[in-house]
Design a protein around this ligand. Structure first.
Ligand code: GAP
Length: 465
């Protein structure tokens, strides 16, 4: 296949995934009935369940199952000084460029990366400008090559507080969850029993005024992050060893908890240009999306940069006392940072399967929105409906199962396949005599008879496998 054919096929695949997501209630365009709002999305019933499962698995694996990580939930609206201290007010900017012909706006580095197959993130503005003009890069929308100069565009969302007058009314929607952990570092130390090394985790929304080329929920202006700041004393903890430990955990989570195929994953070390000046090492776990290998999850050794900045800007002492040496130390951090929505897009892309005419989402039962669907063979036979309802209600006590009695069995299978429901349970006339149901496996389409009283055990084993 030529490069162009591969690109067309991948574009086509992405379009099919996006169409399935709309059709089956995973992802809808934001504000759709008013013509849409760029780079925003809403999540439908199946998408909400899927995202909740991913988020809960993340929290369980990285917080609940560990005794060295605790959680916080910081405010989304936050003091402007937090973002001055963190460097976001001065430096959290994308280089953008506008097409003079059709007025479309692009991130300069992404425009170059997509056109020249070359990493451009972090390059100085003049270099980006030169690359676009020297290579006569064409506008992906209108095909012309008439560009404005590349210029900076700050991504923070300012908000004005009604209850405060003057300059102090300016606050920001948080641009990352990370700062919530740094500003509460002393609060957590003072209110819990945690001691170094330990992590503070947070999961919640962040906001960035992004310029994006689409690709569904890959990059949006409002998104959910799952971040951990793992604090340690660099004199007592070998950072390289800790860094490797976190890499292993991230890999384990993605492959074993989310069931992602390892061939679609790779590590990439940040180049000197793209790595933040305070970071000693940054690596991205990348996933092979239909539009190429892209960052899924970042792992950065941020040293003591953030705590020292907040100490400087707030005037508050951020050091802690080491009870063994009686010395005051400013801990360093390693930060694994992921987007929950991006995990979801990866899960959907990885699960999308076509076999002949059949389209299904090969989702791991752990993340699947519904663990099973229960059907009466016919919706107008009371004895079948009553029996199926009883099974549905019983299973629902333990699992998120869904009821479906529309159309014929074939249509129900097709719709559950596209939602990624691992098992379909049908109550038929034989059930009334033998107390067994037909259980159909999504991936193989194989069917087996299982006794009603064994269904709970069957599903438990499959889901917790
Ligand atoms: N505290 C560090 C930090 O926020 P980041 O690389 O900017 O680092 C971490 O973001 C992760 O958050 C990314 O790897 C990605 O998964 C997700 N993410 C970042 N920006 C996003 C956006 N605009 N839309 C969706 N997910 C995003």
């Amino acid at each position: 296949m030529t490069k162009k054919e591969i690109m067309d096929e991948n574009k086509n695949l992405m379009e099919k995934i996006v169409a399935l997501c709309k059709r089956r209630g995973f992802i809808f365009p934001g504000s759709e009935i008013y013509g849409g709002l760029a780079n925003t999305y809403d999540y439908g019933p199946a998408g909400t369940e899927l995202m909740r499962n991913i988020r809960n698995l993340w929290w369980d694996f990285f917080v609940s199952q560990r005794d060295d990580v605790v959680g916080v939930e910081a405010s989304l609206v936050s003091h402007r000084k937090i973002w001055e201290a963190s460097g976001h007010v001065a430096g959290f900017a994308d280089a953008m460029v506008d097409c003079k012909n059709c007025q479309s706006r692009f991130r300069a580095d992404h425009l170059i990366e997509d056109s020249l197959d070359k990493k451009a993130e972090g390059l100085p503005m003049e270099e980006l400008d030169k690359l676009i003009k020297d290579n006569s890069i064409k506008c992906p929308k209108c095909g012309k090559s008439e560009w404005t100069d590349v210029r900076k565009f700050n991504q923070l969302f300012p908000v004005n507080l009604g209850i405060v007058q003057g300059d102090d009314s300016l606050a920001y929607l948080r641009g990352e969850t990370a700062q919530g952990m740094f500003i509460n570092f002393k609060n957590v130390i003072d209110s819990t029993r945690v001691r170094l090394p330990f992590g503070i985790a947070q999961n919640g929304k962040s906001f960035r005024n992004e310029i994006t080329p689409g690709n569904s929920i890959f990059r949006t202006i409002e998104f959910e992050q799952g971040e951990i700041e793992y604090f340690f004393d660099p004199e007592k903890t070998d950072w390289e060893e800790k860094y490797e430990e976190w890499k292993k955990l991230m890999w384990e989570f993605v492959t074993e908890k989310l069931g992602i195929q390892t061939d679609n994953l790779q590590w990439r070390t940040h180049t000197d240009e793209e790595r933040s000046f305070y970071s000693k090492r940054t690596e991205d776990l990348e996933y092979k999306f239909p539009f190429g290998f892209k960052e899924l999850w970042g792992l950065a050794y941020r040293t003591d940069y953030d705590l020292s900045q907040h100490q400087k800007f707030s005037g508050k002492d951020m050091t802690i006392l080491d009870p063994e040496t009686n010395k005051r130390i400013l801990p360093h951090v390693i930060e694994p940072a992921v987007g929950i929505n991006r995990l979801m897009l990866m899960v959907l892309a990885d699960a999308y399967t076509e076999e002949g005419e059949r389209v299904f989402l090969k989702l791991s039962p752990k993340v699947a929105p519904y663990k099973a669907a229960v059907f009466p063979l016919l919706h107008n036979k009371t004895e079948l409906v009553d029996k199926a309802r009883g099974i549905y209600k019983d299973l629902k006590k333990q699992f998120n199962v869904v009821w479906d009695d529309r159309g014929n069995i074939g249509k129900r299978y097709a719709s559950q396949d596209e939602i990624g429901t691992p098992f379909c349970i049908t109550v038929d006339f034989d059930t009334l005599n033998d107390g067994a149901v037909t259980v159909r496996d999504r991936d193989t389409a194989a069917q087996e008879r299982i006794k009603i009283e064994e269904l709970m055990k069957f599903l438990s084993e499959k889901i917790n496998d």
